[in-house]
Design a binder for this molecule. Structure first.
Ligand SMILES: NC(=O)c1ccc[n+]([C@@H]2O[C@H](COP(=O)([O-])OP(=O)(O)OC[C@H]3O[C@@H](n4cnc5c(N)ncnc54)[C@H](O)[C@@H]3O)[C@@H](O)[C@H]2O)c1
Length: 438
């Protein structure tokens, strides 16, 4: 009896692992199908199938198992072919990219009109709990709701204040009252506030259920939609309570940016400037071009690729991922001291200026000005002491009192450095028109 129980437990464990591997294999197969379609190649490649079969069967040490393994491998390949054919028949379902995490892989779809394709790209033929906020045009939620099997909607008040324990509790209560189960899902439709709030609710509800992110602001498209960070604020501390909870998929439709106020649109582009400065000189040059940055989907795609590489290398923000905090040390301090008068991206833009070499700074200032982002602060409106205190309390502060900062010596590169409060003060002074930092 004991032996039977153990063997069954072992089979359950192996099946669970196989299920994850199966999904990963199918995701890769979809990418291959898309490549074949784009290049006019047939789905079935008999020569490669024979080669795979021979190679993999030879890996089985027990000769008596080889014919059984060959049957399993053949069935797997047939399954993969069938799935690819099904996807190609229903149209282009290629994601822009697949983000790999410790738990699995999730696709990011980016294309105009994607909102109307949601039913085909996401698993919405089940109970869906749609979360949005009052500032997001309700037409977007309606388009998505029409493609869901069964849908409940929750509309939070707009703005950062919704990332609070009170709103999180109200949202979780609504999910419970709707009778949401572990096989149902949450669909976030909005900016970074909705994504952070709904993602955290999904991570907590019944110890975690599926969630999809449909970002509708530039900032959430270029930055917060991938990486799996979700959070609310607590007692005035930003993102104090949260979870790493990757979405099951991200669906980005740049058409929704048409309704986004210009100030919000540009706010998100500050994060794109950040990614160009630290990782991709061509992206920076695009944003710098006097004729304009061209189709916004290209900017979004470039940012997503950078963020994907960074978060895949450091999912839990143990090291490299801190590069994404470029401009955020002073930026967060300025944001806290401005008390709502300045948007996050506007503060990040300001926070980046002193953190780069003089030649880089001159080009950055021009880009920010061209986009309509602020390049100086008025010390009457913003108390420098408050900024430094907020920066020093930042999560990047070291035990020594020094703060780790990201510095850009040349466009497309970065260095981690340490700065004391005095240096930060000089940097801040430079934003108020006093002496430039070296
Ligand atoms: N999780 C992460 O990795 C991460 C990264 C960066 C920022 N964030 C968080 O993101 C939040 C900021 O996100 P945000 O800048 O998107 O702000 P936001 O979510 O508050 O959206 C800005 C405003 O635009 C409105 N809006 C959204 N989409 C619209 C549309 N298509 N048309 C018209 N109006 C629209 C919203 O109602 C809101 O009033 C912050 O809380 C920040 O902490 C999270």
């Amino acid at each position: 009896m004991d032996g039977l129980r153990k063997a069954r437990a072992e089979i359950d464990r192996i099946d669970a692992e196989l299920a994850g591997l199966f999904e990963a294999r199918m995701t890769a197969a979809v990418e291959i199908a898309a490549y074949k379609q784009a290049n006019g190649l047939p789905i079935r490649d008999s020569a490669r199938e024979t080669e795979i079969l021979a190679r993999n069967t030879a890996r089985i040490k027990d000769a008596s198992l080889r014919p059984h393994y060959a049957a399993f491998q053949k069935a797997l390949m047939a399954c993969s072919r069938g799935y690819q054919a099904e996807l190609l028949q229903t149209g282009d379902t290629r994601p822009l990219l697949n983000v790999h995490t410790a738990e699995g892989t999730y696709p990011v779809y980016l294309r105009r009109g994607a909102l109307r394709e949601a039913g085909r790209l996401l698993r919405l033929d089940r109970r869906v709990f749609l979360v949005t906020d009052e500032g997001v045009p309700s037409a977007y939620a309606q388009i998505l709701a029409a493609q869901c099997g069964q849908v409940d909607c929750y509309t939070a008040p707009q703005g950062e204040a919704s990332k609070s324990p009170a709103v999180l509790e109200a949202l979780l209560s609504a999910m419970l009252q709707a009778g949401l189960t572990r096989s149902d899902c949450v669909l976030a439709v909005g900016g970074g506030v909705v994504g952070d709030l709904a993602g955290l609710a999904a991570a907590l509800y019944q110890r975690g259920i599926d969630w999809y992110n449909c970002p509708t602001t530039t900032l959430s498209m270029v930055d917060s939609s991938i990486g799996g960070k979700t959070a609310i604020n607590l007692c005035g501390t930003k993102n104090a309570v949260g979870a790493f909870a990757p979405p099951s998929a991200v669906l980005i439709d740049p058409d929704v940016l048409e309704t986004l106020p210009r100030r919000q649109l540009v706010n998100g582009l500050a994060e794109a400037v950040k990614m160009g400065l630290t990782h991709n000189a061509a992206l920076f040059a695009r944003l710098e071009a006097p004729a304009g940055y061209g189709p916004i989907e290209d900017v979004i795609a470039a940012c997503l690729r950078i963020k994907q590489a960074v978060v895949e290398a450091d999912e839990r923000e143990d090291g490299l991922r801190r590069v994404l905090n470029f401009g955020h040390t002073l930026g967060h301090g300025i944001e806290a001291a401005a008390d709502g008068a300045l948007l996050h991206g506007e503060c990040v833009g300001l926070g980046m200026l002193p953190m780069c070499a003089p030649e880089v700074r001159a080009r950055l200032r021009m880009v920010l000005q061209r986009l309509g982002l602020p390049t100086a602060i008025h010390s009457q409106a913003i108390d420098p002491k408050q900024v430094i205190a907020a920066a020093a309390h930042d999560k990047k502060a070291q035990a020594t009192g020094e703060i780790q900062i990201v510095f850009v010596p040349e466009i497309g590169s970065y260095q981690f450095r340490r700065a004391g409060q005095e240096l930060l003060r000089t940097m801040l002074d430079s934003l108020a028109g006093k002496e430039e930092p070296k």
